[in-house]
Write a protein that binds this ligand. Sequence first.
Ligand SMILES: [Zn+2]
Ligand SMILES: [Zn+2]
Length: 232
Amino acid sequence: MEDAPAMPNVFEVTSETTGVELIDGPHGGFPTDLLIQFTFVRKHRWIGIGGQIKEKQPTSHDFRAIALRLDYPAINLLQDGESCRTLIRQSVMNSIDGLGETMGMPLSHWDKAIPEGLESLIVELAHDKPVDRAYRCEVNFTLNIEFSYCEGAALLQGCILSARECYVCLEALAPSSNVMYLPECTHCYHVDCISKCFKKSATCPACRQDYYHLIPEEYKRLGQNMRANDGV
Ligand SMILES: [Zn+2]
Ligand SMILES: [Zn+2]
């Protein structure tokens, strides 16, 4: 998954652990189960240009349970905080992705969907457990996703995405690049590109607007004097 949002959706994601349990199974009995249970609360807010705001309070608290059967030796996964967290995050994503507004939610937000430190609590319970046993690991948490549809943010993104290309090199004018808008015709260029053009001509390469008058008068006089003195 890419970390760039396809839509300018604004997300507020919070989650909180409500309980972690590791229950011993029978000796030699496999497999081990990881049970991920979470209460999922969704909230919507619509913010239009002009200040209209519509909020939709959560209508239901959606309870979800994901049962995963881990491969032997499953305890290794529970003892490895990062892998365990990644597995939980992936499972939660698979469970609730595609609900429309979560489409395009960046990975950094999905990570917030899993409570901070949840994996450490699991590691704490699992770190000294022998491998030849079955376990049932239950994690419980709450997950809140507040989704804002924001016309102003969409407009800003639209402007950024439709930023034109440089008329000289025809490459996109990324917001981060050094861009210059000529003051009268507003045609835009990379500073480096227009700087090269201005060595050949004082006109805008796109519309031929003449910018020679923007050279300061005293500078022009200096040039005239130098040419006269050198007899050029
Ligand atoms: Zn350019
Ligand atoms: Zn121009």
